[in-house]
Design a protein. Structure first.
Ligand code: ADP
Ligand code: MG
Length: 731
C-alpha cells in the first residue's frame, strides 16, 4: 500500500532547482527601482517641492495640502510610467503582516458614463478613510462607528508591487488613537531622538540630529511545498503540532554555515534581486543551525524604514518561495527538537555627524559620551525588563524562549568582560580621575582606555537576550514572525524616558552648583550601582540563572497572558504617556488585542490538533492494530495453542500499546474540547487568554506525546503525515 505521503515525498525529493531569473546586470543598476526614493523624487518633483518634502522627512515637519498635491502628481506620473494602475494605503494593523485595499486611479472626467482619466490628488495621498471594523482594535472603535483613517508617512518611500502603488501609512481612529504599529513607532523614534540629542549636547554642541537605527536578522525555514500541503498543521498554524524527532537532526551541526543547497540558493538569488529593486540592502545570507533553516540580513538603517522593509520582505519571501516550490516558515518554532527562528534586532543611536553613540570612540572624549549612552541603556533595560519581554512575547515566541536554544524568558544584558571591567573601574574611581577636562574645555574619560577593536572582539554570548556587540545592542529575543516595531516601540521609548531622566538629574545638579563633570560622573556612578542586577554574562540557559534572576528581582513570569500585564504597570503607563508614545487608553486597548490574538492562536492550534488526532492518527493506528489482530488470529488458526501464544506475543504487546495510546489521545482530546468550551464562555479577554494558557494549552504536549509514540510504532507505509526526516532534509 503506497500512501499519498510516499508519492509526495518522492516528488519533492526529485524536484530540481528552479533557476533564478536574475538579469545579467550589476546590482546598482536596478537597486531601488520600485521605490519613490529621493533620486526618483528629484526627477518627478519641482525643486521647491523636493526641498520641502526632504525637510519634512529630515526634520519631521508636516506637509501642507498644496505640497502634498504636487507630490501626489509626481508620484502618480512615476507610478504610471512604471505600469501601475492602482494605489493603496499600506499599513500595519495589530495582527501579523500588513493590510491594503486597492483603488484604481480612474475617475470620470465629467459625469458618470463619460470618458475617464487617471487621477491621484494630494487628498488621496495624505488621508484615506478606512472601514476597518474587522481589524482588531481592542474596543477603541465599536463596529457601528467603525471608522478609522490611514495617513501618509512621508518618511517611508512609496513603492510599487505589481500594478499597485503602495503608500506607507499610519492607521488611526477618528478620535486620534493609534490602531497600528507605525504610529506609536514614529512617536517612540521621535522621543528617543529628541532625548538623545539633549544628552548628546552635553558633550558635543555640533550635533543637530540623532537617528535611531535598526538592523534586523531574519531567520526562517524552507519546506517543500507539497510536503507542507500534506501537513494541515503547518498549513494552518505555521508549525508542526506533532511529529517524532528525526534520528538525525542538528546534532552534528553540519548545516550551519554549510554550502547552501542549490534549490535554496536559486530562491535566495531571486529574493535578493527582488529585495534590491525595493531598495532593501540585503547583505548576508547563510544556513542556520537547524536543517532547512536559513537567515538573511540587510545593512542596518533608520528604524522606521528598517521596520517597513522587514515587514515587506516577509511577504516577498512568501511569494518567491512559491515560485521555487517551497513554503517559507516564519513561525518561531515550526519543529520540536531543533532550533526555532528569531529575528535579532540590532539597535543603536547615531548622530548626524556620523558618530555612533554606542560605538566606543577613538578618543577619550568620545568614550565619555559612549559610556554615558551605554549606562543609560542599561538603566532603561533594567527598569523596563518586564516591558521589553512583553514587547516580544507572543504565543509562537513562547515556544522558543527558554527552550535551550534561544534566550530565556528573562531579560538581562550581556556586556562582555572588557566593558564590564570599564564599568567596574568607573565605579571605583573618583570624579577627578574619571572625567578630566582639557584646556579646550572638553570633557574626557579619564580612566580605562576602551580598545577600538571591541567591535570585532566582543565575546559572543549566544544565550543572552540583549547583548552588546561592539557598536550596538542586539535584542535577540524578538520572534521571527514578529513586526520589529513592537520591540522597537518598547526599547526606544524606554531609552527616551531614561535619557530624559538623566538630563533632568544633570540639570538639577548643575543648578545646585555642582560642575557638569561631577554631575555626570555622580549620576553614572549611581546608575552603575543601580543596574548590577540586569548585567549577566553567564549561561542564560542554566537553571541556576533562573534562580539567580529571581533573587535579583528580574521579571521571571513565563505565562504569556500575564507577561502582557507589564504594559499596564503604573510606571509603564506613566512612561508611555510622558514620552507621548501611547496613552493609557491605547495601552489598554492594545493589550485587549494581544490577549485576543493569543487566545485565537491557541484555539486554532487546539482545533487542528484535535482534528488531526481524530481523523489522521487514530484511524491509521487502528488500521495497523487491526492488521496485527488479523495476524494473531491467523497464527492461532495455523499453530497449536502453546506455540501460537509464543509466536503472537510481540503482536499482542504492540496491539495493547497502540490501544493505550489511542485511548490516551481520545481521552485528552475530549478533555481539551471541554476545557475550550469553558474558556470560550469567559468574556474578559485577559481571563480568557489565561484560561487558554492554563487549561487548554497543557493538553498539547500530552496528546503529542502519544501521537509521536504511535508514529514510531505504526507501519511507516501507513503513516499519512510527512515525517520530520522528510520535512527537514528534503530540499
Ligand atoms: P551577526 O550574525 O554576527 O550578529 P550579522 O552580520 O548577521 O551579524 O548581522 C548584524 C546586523 O547588525 C546587520 O544588519 C548589521 O547591518 C547590523 N548592524 C551593524 N552595526 C550596527 C549599528 N551600529 N546599529 C544597528 N545595527 C547595526
Ligand atoms: Mg546577530
Amino acid at each position: 500500500m503506497s500512501t499519498l505521503r510516499f508519492k509526495v515525498v518522492e516528488e519533492a525529493f526529485k524536484r530540481k532547482a528552479v533557476p533564478a531569473s536574475v538579469p545579467d546586470k550589476i546590482t546598482s543598476e536596478y537597486y531601488g527601482k520600485y521605490v519613490f526614493n529621493r533620486d526618483q523624487m528629484a526627477k518627478y518633483l519641482s525643486k521647491n517641492t523636493m526641498k520641502t518634502v526632504c525637510e519634512a522627512i529630515d526634520e519631521g515637519k508636516t506637509l501642507d495640502r498644496e505640497i502634498a498635491s504636487h507630490v501626489a502628481a509626481g508620484m502618480k506620473m512615476w507610478a504610471m510610467e512604471m505600469g501601475a494602475t492602482h494605489y493603496t494605503h499600506w499599513f500595519q494593523p495589530l495582527t501579523d503582516g500588513t493590510a491594503e485595499k486597492h483603488d484604481s486611479f480612474i475617475e470620470y472626467v465629467d459625469e458618470p458614463g463619460g470618458p475617464i482619466i487617471e487621477e491621484f490628488s494630494g487628498k488621496l495621498l495624505v488621508q484615506q478613510e478606512s472601514d476597518a471594523s474587522s481589524f482588531p482594535n481592542g474596543g477603541i472603535r465599536n463596529t457601528f462607528e467603525a471608522r478609522g483613517y490611514t495617513a501618509w508617512d512621508p518618511s517611508s518611500p512609496a513603492f510599487i508591487v505589481d500594478d499597485t502603488l503602495c503608500i506607507p501609512t499610519v492607521f488611526i481612529s477618528y478620535t486620534g488613537e493609534s490602531l497600528d504599529y507605525k504610529a506609536p513607532l514614529l512617536k517612540a523614534i521621535n522621543a528617543v531622538e529628541k532625548a538623545a540629542l539633549d544628552v548628546c549636547l552635553l558633550f558635543d554642541s555640533n550635533v543637530k540630529k540623532i537617528y535611531s537605527y535598526l538592523g534586523w536578522e531574519q531567520e526562517y525555514f524552507l519546506v517543500d511545498e507539497d510536503l507542507c500541503v500534506a501537513r494541515p498543521d503547518l498549513l494552518l498554524t505555521g508549525r508542526t503540532l506533532m511529529g517524532h524527532e528525526s534520528a538525525k537532526n542538528q546534532q552534528l551541526e553540519d548545516h550551519y554555515f554549510g554550502a547552501i543547497p542549490p534549490r535554496v540558493a536559486e530562491y535566495m538569488r531571486d529574493l535578493e534581486f527582488e529585495a534590491y529593486k525595493y531598495g532593501i540592502p540585503l547583505k548576508t545570507r547563510h544556513n542556520e543551525v537547524a536543517p532547512n533553516q536559513f537567515e538573511l540580513a540587510p545593512i542596518y538603517g533608520e528604524t522606521n524604514l528598517a521596520v517597513d522593509q522587514n515587514i515587506f520582505i516577509m511577504s516577498l519571501m512568501d511569494r518567491i518561495a512559491r515560485k521555487h516550490n517551497f513554503r517559507v516558515l516564519l513561525h518561531e518554532k515550526p519543529f520540536a527538537g531543533v532550533n526555532g527562528s528569531g529575528k535579532h534586532n540590532n539597535w543603536s543611536l547615531g548622530t548626524d555627524t556620523g558618530v555612533g553613540l554606542l560605538t566606543p570612540g577613538k578618543t577619550s572624549e568620545a568614550n565619555l559620551q559612549f559610556v554615558t549612552f551605554l549606562i543609560n541603556t542599561l538603566k532603561a533595560v533594567h527598569k523596563n525588563n518586564a516591558l521589553l519581554k512583553a514587547s516580544i512575547m507572543t504565543a509562537p515566541n513562547a515556544h522558543r524562549l527558554g527552550a535551550n536554544e534561544a534566550p530565556p524568558a528573562i531579560i538581562s544584558v550581556f556586556l562582555g568582560s572588557q566593558l564590564s571591567a570599564v564599568l567596574d573601574k568607573l565605579e571605583a574611581s573618583t570624579s577627578e580621575e574619571a572625567i578630566v577636562v582639557d584646556d579646550k574645555k572638553r570633557m574626557k574619560l579619564g580612566i580605562a582606555h576602551i580598545p577600538e577593536v571591541l567591535v570585532d572582539n566582543t565575546d559572543r554570548n549566544r544565550t543572552s537576550p540583549f547583548a552588546f556587540t561592539g557598536n550596538r545592542f542586539e535584542f535577540r529575543a524578538v520572534g521571527s514572525s514578529a513586526n520589529c516595531a513592537s520591540a522597537m516601540i518598547a526599547l526606544n521609548t524606554s531609552v527616551a524616558s531614561q535619557l530624559k531622566e538623566f538630563k533632568t538629574e544633570i540639570d538639577a545638579k548643575m543648578k545646585a552648583g555642582i560642575s557638569k563633570e561631577e554631575a555626570i560622573f555622580d549620576t553614572l556612578k549611581q546608575y552603575i550601582k543601580d543596574t548590577k542586577a540586569i548585567r549577566f554574562d553567564g549561561n542564560g540557559y542554566s537553571d541556576e540563572w533562573k534562580e539567580e534572576a529571581k533573587r535579583r528581582g528580574l521579571d521571571c513570569e513565563t505565562s504569556v497572558p500575564l507577561i502582557y500585564d507589564a504594559y499596564l504597570a503604573p510606571q509603564t503607563v506613566k512612561m508611555f504617556e510622558e514620552t507621548g508614545v501611547l496613552t493609557e487608553k491605547e495601552l489598554h486597548a492594545r493589550n485587549e488585542v494581544k490577549w485576543e490574538v493569543y487566545t485565537k492562536k491557541i484555539q486554532i492550534e487546539a482545533r487542528v490538533l484535535g482534528d488531526l488526532a481524530m481523523n489522521h492518527i487514530i484511524p491509521v493506528a487502528t488500521r495497523y492494530q487491526s492488521m496485527l489482530l488479523d495476524n494473531v488470529y491467523k497464527i492461532k488458526a495455523v499453530y497449536p495453542a502453546d506455540k501460537a501464544e509464543k509466536l503472537s506475543e510481540m503482536d499482542s504487546a504492540i496491539i495493547e500499546e497502540i490501544a493505550d495510546h489511542i485511548c490516551a489521545i481520545k481521552t485528552n482530546a475530549d478533555a481539551m474540547v471541554e476545557a475550550r468550551k469553558v474558556a470560550n464562555r469567559i468574556e474578559d479577554e485577559r481571563e480568557k487568554a489565561i484560561a487558554y494558557h492554563d487549561n487548554v494549552y497543557p493538553y498539547f504536549d500530552v496528546i503529542r506525546y502519544h501521537v509521536d509514540k504511535l508514529e514510531l510504532t505504526v507501519d511507516n507505509e501507513m503513516w499519512t503525515l510527512p515525517k520530520y526526516r522528510e520535512l527537514l532534509f528534503i530540499r
